[in-house]
Design a protein around this ligand. Sequence first.
Ligand SMILES: *[C@@H]1O[C@H](CO)[C@@H](O)[C@H](O)[C@H]1NC(C)=O
Length: 223
Amino acid sequence: MVAFTSLLLAAAAVTGNVMASPLEALKRGIQPGTGTHNGFFYSFWTDGKGSIDYTNGPAGSYKSKWTNVNNWVGGKGWNPGPPKTIAYNGTWNNYNVNSYLSLYGWTTNPLVEYYIVEAYGTYNPSSGTTKLGTIQSDGGSYDIYKTRRVNQPSIQGTATFDQYWSVRTVKRVGGTINTQNHFDAWQKTGLKLGTWNYMILATEGYQSSGSSEIEISEVKKSA
Ligand SMILES: *[C@@H]1O[C@H](CO)[C@@H](O)[C@H](O)[C@H]1NC(C)=O
């Protein structure tokens, strides 16, 4: 990211008065990485294939458009992401391609990648795995699963770790998610969580093309 930005700024300096155009280019989409934007943490990860235009918008909003990717995931949230109730809304219309819309995050020690899947496209991520339980939360029913990833990309580099899943049986785009309910249900099922790392409302694309426009906020407990 640093090298790319420096290159554009150097080009802008040479051309002098057309400095606005490279900066405009930077504003449209960002390079893969993590950071903070308008008070929210964001993460944008790709395995490098295809093209993705990921853009952070006002407050907890972001837009994405991807073409012929292998795998990418991105969105806004918090780091660290301890249990909280979140609200989200927007547009995700990828029912006919391979994509997920999830509250997505990580813990360390143990290293866990977790998904509370609100909507998915052509592939149900729980295909071929055994249902470990069911949880009722936020007006819906979610099925609980665990899968294992061997030597795969993680926030700690290539590693072997578990993925925990709550998959909403009736897909939706928009609502509230009480993450504590899921964390409690997982732990009761024997799925141990570690130290909170980041938590984002993520769009993910797998061997597909698609788009999304999502906004997230935290629902504060009333005093
Ligand atoms: C989410 O809802 C708010 C309030 O209705 C609206 O202003 C905003 O544009 C919506 N965000 C998205 C990404 O659709």
